[in-house]
Design a protein around this ligand. Structure first.
Ligand code: ZN
Length: 416
């Protein structure tokens, strides 16, 4: 087994012949320890690699490496399936690794420039699936500062500075101009240094590009205040192109939807939203007027049970009617149905004061007849049903009363 792994010595290598030395189980997870590995275990803000094992040890075909972690001094490769001891071919998920190298190397440049040119120290780094961020010990960053920082960082990308790694003893470390001297707790032995020629020297165990030019581009996206400092969100490398492509596709859709050019997208959207608000206010007023008219119709109906059906209204409309009804129709009951135009039909029963029906029992019977479901307590029971085909039967039940234990609303007698 090696002390210095392939991921450190050859970060651009994609495939390697290895020996499976140990198969173990950690909780529910099966893992393998190899004689060497080009898969990086998580560390220093850089997430773990993914990969696959094939060849003699993978008797049932390819086995995916779903995570890699350094545990108790060994590098554990967590597996998607069974593996045996013996020789195997290990491959790294290169797109993921290269993306991580671009983001991670970009962070070195950003951190070095933010400190060297502006005096802002990096206090945290997060490499996330969509965007990255660093936290800086500066209260806030305005637009001009962001532009200046981005320009300064991009100068270093264009300068194509060489990035190299080497190991030094902890004794030699004292005489070197390191950016920071923080070593992980319990660190012993040599220290690995990453140098960006003429820009930065720092200890780091991650994987890096060979030149700042391979970062391609660093785009600062936004900054916000966090923990008394400023959090700076950014992306680098391919992510810049992918994000621009996604933004362009979205703009194209919006241009078609709103029939306008990029320059007018915001103004046209604001106008449409204002029109929508105005329309919603108008609709609410018209619905309130309609409810008043319908309520007057309902109150004119004779009999203990008042029923009606409405198209293209929702449950909220039925509730509004029932609230008006209950305030004006003592001792009477209400059965309303509505078809909103799409989705399930709505039904509502309401029990006026002085009526002694068992509203819950009546509601359950109506829900059953309509093949729907509902609930509620006195004075309202409401529900949804896929069909109103048997609505007439429900009305017959209310007026005729064929349910055990249900009282007629006015008669106050058991019926059925
Ligand atoms: Zn690094």
């Amino acid at each position: 087994m090696t002390d210095i792994y392939a991921y450190e010595k050859e970060p651009f290598r994609r495939r390697q012949e290895v020996e499976v030395l140990v198969i173990g189980r950690q909780g529910d997870h099966l893992y393998a320890v190899l004689d060497d590995t080009l898969l990086f275990p998580a560390g220093g803000g850089q997430p773990a690699d993914r990969g696959r094992l094939s060849g003699a040890a993978a008797t049932s075909g390819e086995v995916r490496v779903v995570d890699v972690q350094r545990v108790e001094g060994e590098v554990r490769h967590y597996l998607s399936g069974d593996l045996q001891l013996g020789p195997a071919t290990l491959e790294v998920d290169w797109n993921r690794r290269f993306d991580h190298m671009q983001q991670h190397s970009a962070q070195h440049v950003l951190t070095a420039v933010a400190l060297g040119r502006f005096g802002w120290k990096t206090t945290a780094f997060h490499l996330r699936p969509e965007v990255c961020d660093i936290e800086l010990d500066v209260a806030a960053l305005d637009g001009a500062q962001l532009r200046d920082l981005e320009e300064a960082v991009m100068e270093e990308v264009r300068a194509a500075r060489q990035i190299t790694a080497r190991r030094v003893s902890q004794d030699d470390l004292a005489s070197l101009p390191l950016r920071s001297r923080g070593l992980p707790a319990g660190h012993h032995g040599d220290v690995r240094l990453i140098e960006i020629e003429g820009l930065d020297l720092n200890n780091c165990g991650g994987t890096h590009l060979q030149s700042t030019a391979q970062i391609e581009c660093i785009k600062l996206l936004a900054s916000d205040s966090l923990r008394g400092g400023a959090r700076l969100t950014w992306i680098a490398g391919r992510r810049v192109r992918h994000r621009l492509q996604e933004a362009e596709a979205r703009h194209l859709q919006l241009r078609h939807l709103l029939s306008t050019g990029d320059g007018e997208l915001v103004a046209v959207t604001e106008l449409k939203l204002q029109q929508l608000k105005d329309s919603e206010r108008q609709l609410a007023r018209r619905l309130a007027e309609l409810a008043e008219l319908r309520l007057a119709d309902l109150l004119r109906q004779p009999g203990p049970w008042v029923t009606a059906h409405y198209d293209e209204v929702d449950m909220a409309f039925l509730q509004r009617l029932s609230r008006g009804f209950l305030g004006a129709a003592e001792g009477r009951c209400l059965f309303l149905t509505a078809s909103p135009g799409d989705g399930d039909h709505a039904f509502l029963l309401a029990q006026g004061e002085g009526s002694d029906i068992d509203l819950e029992a009546v509601g359950r019977r109506v829900a059953e007849l309509l093949g729907g479901r509902g609930g509620g307590r006195q004075p309202m029971f409401q529900g949804k049903a896929p069909s109103l085909r048997r609505r007439d039967e429900a009305v017959a039940v209310l007026s005729g009363g064929d349910i055990d234990g249900i009282c007629h609303p006015l008669a106050g007698q058991k019926v059925g």
